[in-house]
Design a protein around this ligand. Structure first.
Ligand SMILES: Nc1ncnc2c1ncn2[C@@H]1O[C@H](COP(=O)(O)OP(=O)(O)OP(=O)(O)O)[C@@H](O)[C@H]1O
Length: 397
């Protein structure tokens, strides 16, 4: 990992950060990835090698400018260095400069399977044809490694904020920090979708109904069922109860949508985890049978809406403005840094305070939204809206 960001790297970062990002829509990704031949994959590679450094650079600048001393927290510095390092690797990756041709020095290094860090010097003017297949593969390997590097970003950022809150009791996640985190995580979702899509198109054999990581026929009932099973299992383990509240699913048969199944699963799973926890805590551990959670999926022309209703006692009105705040939780769990080693798609029952805000970002990323309405003393309804049109471009910070 970079121990510090050199002034020359920082000036490149700030130069790149001044360019606008280019958003893509779900439909564009599907159209583009339908026929992943070498020509399209090369164009995707070129798009990503222009686009990813801009997105990463913007985040480094924002992390640098975080207020109230947050930018000095070790875990946040660590994240900033990951971003800077990935940025550096991407801009050092050689570009195909004239259709199909690359500068010879780079070509030699990549033909030897070595890293691409050779600096171009003025005498090096010869261009040679490039082996497009290995070029695309090497770029895909690079971004795949970058994605892995950033796996613990969410955990590290959250831990950084906890460090900062513990430093001074007046340090609280205010609106400014909340807006920063929303932008930061939204951008992260976008970067990971773009990388995930390229890696899947390049390395996975074609699979029915799939274009990369996007499923053109995501069956909502099936995903809801799987998320319910997973959430109930975690609930049973966590509360050591024999039978978690049931989840009754009502879904028009065969209803499917163009979507990312992993995102959909994540959102429904998080909402169900909240409902299950509320029901068990509200009715007590000794209860033989709990009121079921109802998950209703409705199909409209614009949206598909998933409503999750529980009888878990609801949320007091004073608490409602807080539930989408990062690190706001009513779960009473003490964390140390080791507790933060879990994978973001494998969260514990509760306690991180990230479930709702991150799920809302996942929904918004593809033009949807998430709203929560509570009846204190009775229960909570969560409405997850998914846009059917798939044309909305990524909302880019
Ligand atoms: N269905 C619900 N019924 C009652 N309270 C809820 C419900 N959903 C959310 N809440 C409240 O909102 C808070 C924040 O929820 P959120 O999902 O963001 O975090 P969490 O569940 O506490 O932790 P995690 O990051 O593990 O999801 C919860 O701690 C809980 O107090």
């Amino acid at each position: 990992m970079l121990s510090q960001i050199s002034p020359s790297l920082m000036s490149k970062i700030s130069y790149y950060s001044s360019f606008p990002s280019n958003g893509v829509s779900l439909r564009q990704m599907v159209e583009f990835g339908k026929n992943p031949n070498q020509g399209t994959m090369l164009r995707a590679t070129q798009f990503l090698s222009d686009e990813l450094p801009i997105r990463l650079a913007k985040r480094v600048i924002e992390l640098n400018n975080l207020p109230f001393g947050l930018n000095k927290m070790p875990s946040i510095l660590r994240v900033k260095h990951w971003y800077a390092e990935s940025f550096q690797e991407l801009i050092e990756f050689p570009k195909i400069e004239i259709a199909g041709y690359i500068r010879d020095k780079y070509r030699n290094s990549f033909m030897n399977g070595k890293a691409y860090y050779t600096q171009f010097d003025a005498s090096d003017t010869q261009y040679l044809p490039v082996d497009t297949g290995s070029y695309i593969q090497d770029f895909t390997n690079l971004i795949s490694a970058i994605k892995r590097r950033h796996d613990p970003t969410m955990i590290s950022m959250a831990w950084g904020i906890i460090e900062w809150k513990n430093k001074d009791k007046d340090n609280q996640v205010n609106k400014e920090i909340q807006i920063f985190l929303d932008r930061f995580y939204l951008s992260r979702i976008g970067i990971r979708v773009l990388i995930g899509q390229q890696v899947a198109l390049q390395s996975q054999p074609p699979q029915k109904d799939y274009v990369g990581i996007i499923c053109t026929n995501t069956n909502l009932g099936d995903i809801a069922k799987e998320a319910a099973e997973n959430a109930r299992y975690i609930c049973q383990e966590h509360f050591a109860i024999f039978d978690a509240p049931k989840v009754e699913i009502v879904c028009p048969p065969g209803l499917s949508i163009l979507y990312l199944p992993s995102h959909l699963h994540h959102m429904i799973f998080e909402l169900l985890k909240n409902s299950l926890r509320a029901v068990v805590e509200f009715h007590g551990l000794e209860k033989e049978e709990y009121p079921p959670i109802k998950l209703i999926i409705a199909e409209g022309k614009e949206d598909i809406t998933i409503k999750i209703s529980d009888e878990g006692g609801g949320i007091p009105r004073s608490g409602l403005p807080l539930i989408f705040t990062y690190l706001y939780t009513t779960a009473n769990i003490q964390f140390d840094e080791n507790s933060f080693q879990f994978n973001e798609f494998n969260a514990p029952m509760a306690g991180f305070g990230y479930g709702l805000p991150i799920s809302r970002l996942y929904a918004r990323y593809f033009g949807g939204d998430l709203a929560v309405i509570s009846m204190e003393g009775y229960g909570t309804d969560a409405y997850l809206h998914l846009s059917r049109l798939s044309d909305s471009k990524e909302p880019l910070p």
